[in-house]
Each structure stands twice: as C-alpha cells, then as structure tokens.
Design a protein around this ligand. Sequence first.
Ligand code: PXP
Length: 248
Amino acid sequence: MSGDLRLGVNIDHVATIRNARGGLHPDPLRAAQVAAAAGADGITAHLREDRRHIDDRDIARLRAEIDLPLNLEMAATEEMLAIALRHKPHAACIVPEKREERTTEGGLDAKGGFDKLLPFVTRLGEAGIRVSLFIEPDLTQLDAAKALGAPVVELHTGAYCDTPAGPGRLAQLEHVRTAAAHAETLGLECHAGHGLTFDTVEPVAAILTIKELNIGHFLIGEAIFSGLEAAILRMRLLMGEARAASKR
Ligand code: PXP
C-alpha cells in the first residue's frame, strides 16, 4: 500500500494502440477496469484536441462505467471546457497542448497565461470539478497557480525523469522537492507526474507533501511484458516502500 499517496493510472496509450489500427481493441475502458482491480486510486485520460488517443466516446464510457475518480487532462480551450462541464469529471488537470508535440512537453505557463487561464479555473471550480494546473517545479509558477485559485498543482517530472541518473537528475529532483514544499506553504495540494518509471518513481514518492502520482506511458508499455495488473502492483509497491521509508 502507498498509504496517503494516490496513484492515478493514465490510460491514454491503450487508446494510442487501438487507434493505430482503428476498431475497438485494445479498449481503454477495460484497462481502467484492470487498473481499478489492481488498486489504482483514479483514472487519468487526456482528451487532446486532435483526438490522437482518447476520444469523446472514451470519456463518456469512463464516466458512465468506471467508479474510480476520473481526472480529465485538458487544454484551456472552450471546446474542452464544454466537454468537462458536460461530463463533470472528479478532476480536471489543465495542461499546455501543442498539436505538433509528441507528448506534453513542459508545464503550463500559469504566470504568463494568467488572464487566459483565470476563467477556465473559475468555471471548472464553480462546477465542482477539482482543478489542477500542470506546471514545472518552479516557484513563480506555483505562486501564479495559487493566485489563479487552483486548489491543486501537478508538478511536471519530465526533466527529472529524462536526465540521466547522476548529479543532474538529483538537481532536478531537488527542484521537485523545493516546489512540493512551496506548494504546502501556499496551501496547494501537490501532485506529480510525467515520465515516471520503476527506476524514477521512488525519490518522488518519498516526498511526503506529494499526494498523487499520475503515471501512464511506462505502465502501458510495461504491460506488454508483464500485464497491466502486475505493472500497476509493482509501481504501487515501489511507491509504498519509498513512502514508508521516508516516514521512518
Ligand atoms: N500528468 C500529466 C498532466 C500528463 O499530461 C501526463 C501525460 O499525459 C502524465 C501525468 C503521465 O505521463 P506519462 O504518460 O509519461 O506517465
């Protein structure tokens, strides 16, 4: 058990594989059911503007058929806001989105985009949807997230995960640690995600002020070799061990 550290399983790339051929297989809903059975605390799905993986029907089915909280990752666009307000997921994580990027490269500019983001944070919050902002572990971005009224931030762990093991990665981890401490000072709930693997999850899970990790690509890739349930169980085990060691 990971105790007070939740795991959100991102199922986007089940849909990526499905869409490579069209048709219905493999089904992201089935992946969400397996994740639920394996002890995931939530399901995360990113409905991108170009629908390259998750599509509108997936979101409707996840809302209708999965009991776990749904965390909808979305760009700050009117189209996505309307979809979020229609489906009312438990949570919405606002992410930056560029059509040509392969994945979410870097965090949201909560500071520079303050005026644009404010109506999205406000309208989602008024609808009872827990809003998080996906930002770099950067103190000015955390301050902007607080000023925007978002109750949650998700720290982008891509730079930490992508840096080869060694002093450079440790320096990136320190940014995450410092940002998580600052989030607590500001009264923001702190989540983290992007690029996490069995090799990189433990130091992040050991940061006690981080309350949720959202992990997708690695788990879906690992599922090819070990099955999704086994991949999730191992991830939870590593999270739980790191958390317990940090509390000792
Ligand atoms: N959190 C957010 C906000 C994301 O955009 C993503 C990627 O969609 C993830 C977590 C999961 O990242 P990964 O698939 O690399 O585990």
